[in-house]
Design a protein around this ligand. Structure first.
Ligand SMILES: NCc1[nH]cc(CCC(=O)O)c1CC(=O)O
Ligand SMILES: [Mg+2]
Length: 332
């Protein structure tokens, strides 16, 4: 009986055993690709659970070194700090964002003192500080672009002074990268990097994050006049073009898993350091199924993260960073 009917090429040969699969593997997740977002809150000795993000915590500044040490010990290169600002210091224009002793700044200084080599990424946007939960200032129901940018550039400087190595504007105002770059450079922070939330979509997947920060119940309306329409892809290319022209060092796409096509397009077209944020809703969705026993924890985490590498990411902001780093460490 002849085998002529069978193909000469059998893709399964390269899947035949573990060593061959290792040899032909195209993408690999490394601890260097992980950024861990953390939540900091006021008070003493606080470790608060976030209901909609099982496993995530808000920690007070006196606990933050111990918290972040987990990432340092695993070799994670950077953390992204998010402050839970009490209602008592929120106002219409986010004044607290400019306070050199605000929660973000205290946390940043504390972490920098303890771990000088760890990268600190500081979000820049007004939503943790406003009493209406928007990322900019409002007049007659409209989010004002240029007035917001004037505050954001001061916020960026305030955070750079407190030890943020990377400023990450997440506000989606036009022209904010240029304004922040100029302000940083003009004040001697010319090496402070900018990781721009460039293609940030008006997404339902931020829900649990807004719970974590306490800005969800405050938010009037939605963010559709500044964050992008999930239906758009070409528009993301124009956003990237602009942010690069304005001096962004790194580009971010957010959310992550539903937007892998955008990551791929950014990577192929611009060939610049590209990051994705696997956001709170993605984490909640996966953790919900994992906790129910519907998905296998370890395999789900690693498969979700390798997808970002395959799509073209350099790195991923993920609430699974510690878990993934542990799995990578224990692999061999
Ligand atoms: N500008 C604030 C900001 N920075 C990061 C996230 C979301 C992160 C997440 O969902 O994990 C948001 C929320 C928003 O834009 O409403
Ligand atoms: Mg833009």
């Amino acid at each position: 009986m002849s085998n002529a009917a069978y193909p000469l090429s059998r893709p399964r040969r390269n899947r035949h055993d573990a060593f061959t699969r290792r040899l032909v593997q195209e993408h690999r997740l490394h601890v260097d690709n992980l950024i861990w977002p953390i939540f900091v809150c006021e008070g003493e000795n606080q470790r608060q659970k976030v209901d909609s993000m099982p496993g995530a915590e808000r920690v007070s500044v006196d606990n933050v070194v111990e918290h972040v040490r987990q990432a340092v010990d695993l070799g994670i290169p950077a953390v992204a700090i998010f402050p839970v600002t009490p209602m008592s210091v929120r106002d219409a224009t986010g004044t607290e964002a400019l306070n050199p002793d605000n929660l973000m700044c205290r946390a940043s200084r504390t972490i920098k003192d303890a771990f000088p080599d760890l990268g600190i990424i500081g979000d820049v946007a007004l939503d943790p500080y406003t009493d209406h939960g928007h990322d900019g200032v409002i007049e007659n129901g409209r989010i004002l672009n240029d007035a917001s940018v004037e505050i954001l550039r001061q916020q960026a400087l305030n955070q750079a002074r407190a030890g943020n190595d990377i400023i990450a504007p997440s506000d989606m105002m036009d022209g904010r990268v240029k304004a922040i770059r100029e302000t940083l450079d003009g004040n001697g922070y010319d090496t402070t990097r900018i990781m721009a939330y460039t293609a940030k979509y008006a997404s339902a997947f931020y829900g649990p994050f807004r719970d974590a920060l306490g800005s969800g119940s405050l938010l009037h309306g939605d963010k559709k006049t500044y964050q992008m329409d999930p239906a758009n892809s070409d528009e993301a290319m124009r956003e990237v073009e602009q942010d690069l022209r304005e001096g962004a060092d790194m580009i971010m796409v957010k959310p992550g898993m539903p937007y892998l096509d955008i990551i791929r397009r950014v990577r192929e077209r611009f060939e610049v350091p590209t990051f994705a944020y696997q956001v709170s809703g993605e984490y909640a969705m996966l953790m919900g199924a994992i906790q129910n026993g519907w998905l296998d924890r370890d395999r789900t985490i690693m498969e979700s993260l390798i997808a970002f590498k395959r799509a073209g990411c350099n790195g991923i902001l993920t609430y699974f960073a510690l878990d993934a780093a542990r799995l990578l460490r224990d692999e061999r």
